[in-house]
Design a protein around this ligand. Sequence first.
Ligand code: SF4
Length: 358
Amino acid sequence: MIDTVAGLAADPSGSTAQDVVLRAENVHVEYDGERPTRAVRGVSFELRRGEVLGIAGESGCGKSTLAYAVTRMMKPPAQLTGGSVVFRDREGRETDLLALEGEELRAFRWNRLSMVFQSAMNALNPVTTVGRQFDDIYGAHRPEMTKSERAERTKALLEMVGIDAGRADGYPHELSGGMRQRVVIAMALALEPDVVIMDEPTTALDVVVQREILDEIERLREELGFSVIFITHDLGLLLEISDRLAVMYAGEIVEYAPAERLTDARHPYTQGLLRSFPDLVGERRELRGIPGSPPDLRGEVVGCAFADRCEYAFEPCRAVTPHLLDIAREGAAGWRAACHLNDPEHRSSVSDAEGPQS
Ligand code: SF4
């Protein structure tokens, strides 16, 4: 189904429509229950062609739920309750992903948009050889491929991610954790998608293997030109590999910035995340976690969702919901934060408000 979606908000980052491969607008997801949990609350973002967009935040802030919503892989009790996600191909044709159903949706996945999950062992079938699992993808999406073409393609894909082609005849349990994750990445790239969503793809791996996999992803991205949405709680890792970053808290994006500017974060939650991990190359500094826990999202959140944990909270914070505002004075296109301390209207209401930019 090809469907042009009109009325999307103006791009805050200065990118042109041609640059954008995926645009999510005002996406809402709820987990059904006696009191539904509003896990994703009005999230909008853009993914440009060939870039890595990092999505960071604590566990339970809605990162993975957002990924499942974008890929339409949600299962009850999760349900999409609003918004649009538009994919734009290289010819400029737009597809409303949330309107796709049945065969159209199945054909879209893997071909245009694929996903790499955290646990490769769960993503792979333990009783089927690696090669057969690649064959399943070709069978579903490229039925015209001959047996020898499939074997050749699998060989090339495995070698592309640094695995001996002979491993195609083995089973997943015969591979190390790092090799399994490489196989999953190769499968995600099998049909040369435009977008790959990676949800904590290296979290279960040791740091040496993690580094190898990250280098591999970067090399493949440069070679093949796909875009990546990289989801992790590890902000330090995202600062290293992302072009732009979106920080999620309580189901919303609270800061959205070019990666090189985020070390100068303008949202107290982002600042708290930055203080929570060690800088291996910089000066020694005290690590401080963020006290408290995210709010209960069953029901309305009044004011700023971070207010109970924020050391800078002042009077408007509990009454007025902050929205993403341009940090225009810093001169970085697309840098936005949802905090009243960045809003002259609210900041002027208390003369002694001490804030991140003071
Ligand atoms: Fe803290 Fe208020 Fe900013 Fe929320 S709006 S992050 S409570 S200062």
